[in-house]
Write a protein that binds this ligand. Sequence first.
Ligand code: ARG
Length: 579
Amino acid sequence: MKLLDVLTEEVASAFEAAGYDPKYGKVSLSNRPDLCEYQCNGAMAAAKEYHSAPIQIAEKVSEKLAGSATFEKAEAVKPGFLNLNIRGEKLAEYLRDMAEDPKYSAPQPEKPKSIIVDYGGPNVAKPLHIGHLRAAIIGESIKRIGSYMGHSVLGDIHMGDWGLQMGLIIAEMKRRAREAGGQEAALPTIRQLEEIYPAASKRSGEDEAFKKEAMDITYELQHGNEEYMAIWRHIMKISVADLKQNYDRLNVSFEIWKGESDADPYIADMVERMKKEGYAYESKGALVVDVSEEGDAKEIPPCMLLKSDGAALYTTTDLATLVQRMEDYRPDLVIYVVDKRQELHFKQVFRCAKKTGIVPEEVKLTFLGFGTMNGSDGKPFKTRSGGVMRLESLLEEVYERMLLRMEENGNEMTEEEREDAAKKVALAAIKYGDLSNQASKDYVFDVDKFTSFEGNTGPYILYTIVRIKSILRKYEESGGSLDALSIRCPEGASEKELAMLLAGFGGVMENAFEESAPHKICAFIYEVSNAFNHFYHEVKILSEEDEEKKKGWLALLLLTKGILEDSIHVLGFEAPEKM
Ligand code: ARG
């Protein structure tokens, strides 16, 4: 149970004992930390029901809390607040329970939800670039947070593998074969593919006949042309292998490797049904469904299902994918982690899916739109020479920097350890730099800032964990055992502050899950790291003479480490042993 719930139970029974409805006993974190640690504003609301002054109610409740084993202070203040401070012993007891729980008391659902997170969205045969980085980082974290909170969550990569880009590639391959003397198009390698797509895309802008050919090929491919299907299968095979490698390096993985092509078989029936049931109608040759609603501030244009030439669109694919997902997984919730510029598209898709009954009313569809990752010039991130930055190059650059840093630090590390640490720290720098911002906001990718070992950065969090690990290791090396340690009533201010923060873990996780907000976990672990380092500088843990006190501190360290490690795990990175 969350600490706030434990405290609420206690105050609720005091309300009841004083003759009031226990529902007024809700406890929250204090918004005046200078006055108290927690507060309850229930007396203000109760005053209306009981027709008496809030302060009188608060005073009566406060009397009932006098001598409580939970609160060392429960003070009624005007106009009717209860200012609360928790007893150190109660806090310690709560932390001891937390330490025993594999999820550190993060609340688990009675009935787990089935959730699909749609993220990734790479377009097959085009290299992964920075645009896909945010989807991968944020989506992976949303997925892990959901699993941590006890839900059954599946990540779907939803590849763009069925559009015009496939026609363009095949057209270019055929053109090259003709140029080389008319043989059959040779199947490309992944490196050749990466060069073919931009070339084809450029050509289609300059050469009408080529563009037409690419469109015809796309049409034929989508209608089962065997020659094109064989090429398509080859492209898919090498692309998926390459994508897996790239996502691996990011600590990102998908349970479902489906793409737009997998939605194709569902389109015909879906469209037929929408026509039959009167949702879809013809407008200027195209087939559309109205999705505007009364009270829309801005007009939401109709959802287009088929173009006048009968071709399906991005919207059609997303709707058909929902048909397939409902059949295969029957999720309670689908979360789309996609660039926020696609917001209107998803609004149309969600409305159309609900209106036409593809998705029943009780199933939730949510759009988590993310902002752009910019360079220090405030424009979308580019390489130094101004080109589109490839994901691999970015990872490589940050890695090299971190490796240098590990070498400078001169810790006793083997080369292997150094490389492993540099990899982990680099990933932490990139991911934390991204996740610590609210997803919907644009942010500046500032390599110097993100890789710093001080301040609100990934490396700083890792450094804190490594520091704790090193203390624990030294204790063990000197013959101490980390088993059966038990957290004690905090004595100093910095110790209590750390303890109070740790106790809030479950609430933070729950909130981050409900609001799809990994940045709240970042803010939390930054605070915990600061509190820990503050505590660390105030006391001498290993040289403490009072053995019991020392063990109590080590227990607190173990809990701090566990909570930080679980937090970074859900953010999608991990800490090395040394750095
Ligand atoms: N492939 C798309 C793009 O690059 C992103 C896909 C997002 N997911 C979805 N279900 N539409 O823009």
